[in-house]
Design a binder for this molecule. Structure first.
Ligand SMILES: [Zn+2]
Ligand SMILES: [Zn+2]
Length: 344
């Protein structure tokens, strides 16, 4: 089969002919219908974060059709539309037993530590395959497995309750899902903070109150929009010390700031004013859980979560087109997702 693979960091990905994956009795072989090109993939290609063993097929945002199912597989059958949970875990270690399998001691992410979905087929344990509702396209199902699932987990970590208020810092791919999911969870006011007018306009269409941080100081504006109170939950999806600090400072009494954006840098807090005097919390959120995916997919089936505005284009399963899409992500950022759609 054809697969687009990372041969060596710092080099363009390349098309290779590789054997179609062999599957065990509890695995499925999925014919890939859509594979999202994620910002992480650009980092992998650049060598910013490790990928092994090389060469390896990239792609952790995958949806397709079950082509073959092992003899012991019960949850899906041949012909089912599915999307794939990207974390392959052991199911037995202490973390897996507790349902916190993103910390599995032998967990491995597809498209990073095992072959991913930039290919005609992918083989995964059947428990990583989740039925994709007919109402949801393969393209949307694929990208939901990364950005939407991570936003959903972050909101759950923030213990958002109906009637509360939320601020979302950064309304790109993750943030657009976060706005919709926060509304679906019963948040009354959802404030979207960004410096990109186009993204803010899209967030506003989904019911967010837009705050352009290039034009106004976001903490003061959030306080103003919430009658001086601040928000109950603030999500930081950007990965900048400044926006982490702003997220934290925008909290109401008992507020929770959930940090999702990645950075090695530090940020400062004022313990008296912002932490103990308001009993606020700073919470880290890492990836997401398989157990969160069925509800996420049901929200998509109902149209409560809709990512059509996030997907900006598709490319065929060809190295040149994929490298070009990755180059655009690398040089211009942008949060529109390009999805690989292999031909039949
Ligand atoms: Zn991703
Ligand atoms: Zn485990």
């Amino acid at each position: 089969m054809k697969a687009v693979r990372l041969i060596e960091p710092g080099r363009p990905v390349e098309m290779q002919d590789v054997p179609t994956p062999a599957i065990g009795p509890r695995d499925v072989l999925v014919r890939v219908k859509a594979a999202g090109i994620c910002h992480s993939d650009v980092h992998y290609r650049a060598g910013v974060s490790p990928v092994r063993p090389l060469p390896l097929t990239l792609g952790h945002e995958v949806a397709g059709v079950v082509e073959r199912a092992g003899a012991e597989v019960l949850n899906v059958k041949v012909g089912d539309r599915v999307c794939i949970h990207y974390m392959v875990t052991c199911g037995d270690c202490a973390y897996c037993s507790l349902g916190s399998e993103q910390f599995c001691t032998s967990g491995s992410m597809i498209g990073k530590y095992r072959n991913g979905g930039y290919a005609e087929y992918i083989g995964v344990p059947a428990r990583n395959a989740f039925r994709l509702p007919d109402e949801v396209s393969f393209e949307q199902g694929a990208i939901m497995m990364c950005s939407s699932a991570t936003s959903f987990h972050a909101l759950r970590k923030g213990r958002l309750r109906p009637g509360e208020s939320v601020a979302v810092f950064g309304v790109g791919g993750l943030g657009m899902s976060a706005v919709q999911l926060a509304r679906a969870a019963g948040a009354l006011d959802v404030v979207a903070v960004d410096i990109d007018a186009g993204k803010l306009a899209l967030a506003e269409r989904w019911g967010a109150l837009p705050v352009n941080a290039a034009q106004t100081e976001p903490v003061a504006e959030i306080k103003r929009l919430t009658g001086g109170r601040g928000v109950d939950v603030a999500l930081e999806l950007i990965g900048l010390p400044l926006t982490m600090q702003q997220a934290f400072k925008s909290l109401a009494v008992f507020g929770r700031a959930v940090i999702v954006g990645l950075t090695d840098r530090t940020f400062e807090i004022a313990p008296y004013n912002d932490l103990l005097n308001k009993e606020t919390e700073i919470i880290g959120a890492s990836d997401h859980l398989a157990s969160e995916l069925p509800l996420l997919l049901d929200l998509a089936r109902r149209g409560v979560l809709h990512l059509s505005g996030v997907i900006t284009g598709t490319v065929p399963l060809e190295a040149g087109a994929i490298n070009a899409a990755m180059d655009r992500l690398e040089h211009f950022g942008g949060d529109g997702r390009v999805v690989i759609v292999p031909g039949d």
